[in-house]
Design a protein around this ligand. Structure first.
Ligand code: GTP
Ligand code: MG
Length: 227
């Protein structure tokens, strides 16, 4: 039997993912600034909210309401009613926001179709090389463990984004968060910038699919991945 998938609506990415996001595990997207991680999360979130299910969205960057408006059009008000948005301003707040999202999803009073954490590692990154680094790592581990367990229990797809650091020796962009995140996320996508509006999506890890890649284009009203 084919496993359940959440169709993202970006056709090329859905093909790459064998139909869409897995509905019982964590999908991680990492990539440099401007590679489209947030725009992708918003596109999928709007699609889920439009379908009538709830989206629990933890946003550390400041969601662009203009962008949401551009994607959702005159359905914006109706769609925002299905968004539970929290915008933590520091690490502890992020921890509480993720814990609340997971608890509400498990409680099941609202039918939840997607949990997003964008970005999971912004405050963690700020703590690196400071005296708070160990606390921040511990907090990230607990959050991700909670998200993994919630995805499986509800079940609900979880989408998290991750920032990158440049490996000087390898000359590559590597995800933050170390091996724990790498294992916890059952699907890992790397987003890369191409010229103009084009972006490449590389499937780095999946439980049942080979590595591969796809492309999409950023447009003013959403992501297009017909190619
Ligand atoms: P960080 O959060 O900084 O790590 O980046 P991100 O990966 O989340 O990038 P985001 O999803 O915010 O994408 C922003 C990129 O989309 C920028 O390169 C913008 O120039 C581009 N962009 C935003 N709107 C449009 C648009 O309407 N058309 C085109 N062609 N590009 C756009
Ligand atoms: Mg972003």
């Amino acid at each position: 039997m084919e496993p359940d998938r959440l169709v993202t609506g970006v056709a090329s990415v859905d093909r790459l993912l064998g139909g869409g996001l897995e509905t019982d595990s964590v999908t991680e997207i990492y990539g440099e600034g401007g590679s489209g991680k947030t725009l992708f999360c918003l596109d999928v979130a709007v699609r889920v909210a439009r379908s009538g299910k709830w989206v629990f969205y933890v946003d550390t960057e400041g969601v662009s309401v203009d962008r949401l408006h551009a994607i959702a059009g005159n359905e914006l008000d109706r769609i925002l009613k299905r968004f539970l948005l929290s915008s933590p301003k520091e690490l502890d707040e992020q921890g509480r926001a993720v814990a609340t999202a997971c608890a509400l999803a498990r409680e099941g009073k609202r039918p939840v179709g997607l949990i997003v954490v964008d970005s999971a590692t912004m405050f963690y990154r700020l703590s690196l090389s400071s005296s708070d680094e160990d606390t921040a790592r511990q907090s990230l581990v607990l959050e991700v463990a909670d998200l993994v367990a919630t995805a499986l229990a509800v079940p609900v797809p979880v989408l998290i984004t991750n920032q990158v650091w440049r490996s000087v020796s390898e000359g590559t962009l590597e995800p933050l968060g170390g091996s724990f995140l790498n294992h916890a996320a059952k699907t890992i996508l790397r987003f890369e910038r191409l010229p103009g509006p084009r972006r490449r999506v590389v499937l780095v890890k999946h439980r049942s699919l080979p590595e591969g890649s796809a492309e999409f284009r950023i447009t003013s009203s959403g992501l297009e991945g017909s190619g």
